[in-house]
Design a binder for this molecule. Structure first.
Ligand SMILES: NC(=O)c1ccc[n+]([C@@H]2O[C@H](COP(=O)([O-])OP(=O)(O)OC[C@H]3O[C@@H](n4cnc5c(N)ncnc54)[C@H](O)[C@@H]3O)[C@@H](O)[C@H]2O)c1
Ligand SMILES: [Zn+2]
Ligand SMILES: [Zn+2]
Length: 344
């Protein structure tokens, strides 16, 4: 099944260093025995792609050799490895862009995102999917229904972050949550919260246009953090989707006794937090690092119409315009740009 593309060339957008991306021809990858080859049809541009482009690193992950960006992707299976069911060719799939060892303690208990040997698309040195083709282990190419757009299928990846967050935050019917940050991750967390039955979803952002959009996409109320202090000890859960110290601190202070704080945002590595409040209110503080076992839930939520991913897409670009996509990402009107490799 792999023969027809062997030796063929494809186009890929490659990051060579800080603010240096160019389209190159590369060989179409050959799927290993347990992998499928996917013709990529849509890839969401993520803040981490922008960060690698601007700074060449995120924390201890440093781009030291040319790397293809992009990790929120979907497409069609065009070839399969020798151990994979050949009838999968032609299947529309959403890619879960990680590969774990499957035998360590974390993998065995299902927390494979914490595997010490995890490999992840567009995290150095692993190539991502701003390319015409990419390979992935067959069970991480999740089939999606025909009714789901390729763009929504690609955005099952950030939706997975929202689902992992909802699980850790203990979101449940009748509860309340405060979410800081109305970027794509915060907005997706808000939609998931509503889907999980959370009745009060209060969101904050410094940018008025983003607060406005949050009201349309799931928030029950929005607050301007610059307008005054947030309510004290009020919410069952707080989700930080900013990575910004003032948001994290005020969010902890807004969390009710016995509540949960989930830190999703990645910003400063070291922060001074109100630990006296965490202790006396018995607040649980946890992080989120991507997700595990979320795709079936993500597909079900979209199929049931409980989460709308298509509305998040604000622009589409071809592989030649990845830099334009990255540069316009700071425009407050832009929410989620999608790279369509076939677009010329
Ligand atoms: N932990 C994970 O696995 C994981 C996965 C994906 C993304 N992330 C992180 O989640 C965060 C959100 O991602 P995104 O794509 O939505 O980013 P984004 O930059 O588009 O959105 C962040 C929003 O926070 C707002 N903001 C900044 N300071 C604020 C403050 N003090 N109070 C309220 N709002 C404030 C900004 O105006 C912006 O709208 C990023 O830090 C990203 O790195 C983490
Ligand atoms: Zn992402
Ligand atoms: Zn492992």
């Amino acid at each position: 099944m792999t023969d027809q593309l062997e030796g063929q060339r494809m186009r890929a957008s490659v990051l060579h260093g800080v603010e240096h991306v160019r389209v190159e021809e590369r060989e179409v990858p050959t799927p290993a025995a347990d992998e499928v080859l996917v013709r990529i049809e849509a890839v969401g541009l993520c803040g981490s792609d922008v960060h690698y482009y601007r700074h060449g690193r995120i924390g201890s992950f440093v781009v030291e050799q040319p790397m293809v960006l992009g990790h929120e992707s979907a497409g069609v299976v065009t070839a399969v490895g020798s151990d994979v069911d050949p009838t999968r060719v032609g299947q529309r799939v959403s890619i879960e862009p990680q590969r774990s060892c499957r035998v360590c303690a974390w993998c065995k208990r299902g927390e494979y995102n914490l595997c010490p040997r995890i490999e992840f698309y567009a995290t150095p040195p692993i190539d991502g999917s701003f390319a015409e083709y990419a390979t992935i282990q067959a069970d991480f190419a999740h089939p999606v229904p025909d009714s789901m757009s390729m763009e929504a299928a690609a955005l099952l990846e950030p939706l997975s972050v929202g689902i992992a967050t909802a699980r850790k935050a203990g979101m449940a019917p009748g509860r309340s949550v405060l979410i800081a940050g109305c970027g794509p991750i915060g907005l997706i967390c808000a939609q998931v919260a509503r889907a999980y039955g959370v009745t009060e979803v209060v969101m904050t952002d410094l940018v008025p246009a983003r607060r406005e959009r949050a009201l349309q996409l799931g928030a029950t109320e929005v607050l301007d953090p610059a307008a005054g202090p947030l309510p004290e000890a009020r919410f069952d859960a707080f989700v930080d989707a900013t990575g910004a110290l003032p948001a994290v601190r005020s969010g902890i202070m807004a969390t009710a006794p016995g509540g949960t704080v989930v830190l999703v945002g990645m910003g400063e590595d070291d922060m001074s937090l109100p630990v006296g409040t965490i202790t006396s209110r018995e607040i649980s503080v946890t992080g989120i690092f991507r997700y595990n076992n979320t795709w079936p839930t993500a597909i079900a939520l979209v199929q049931a119409g409980l989460v709308d991913l298509d509305s998040l897409v604000t622009a589409r670009y071809g592989l030649d315009d990845v830099v334009t996509a990255i540069e316009t990402d700071t425009d407050p009107g832009s929410l989620k740009s999608v790279i369509v490799p076939g677009l010329r």
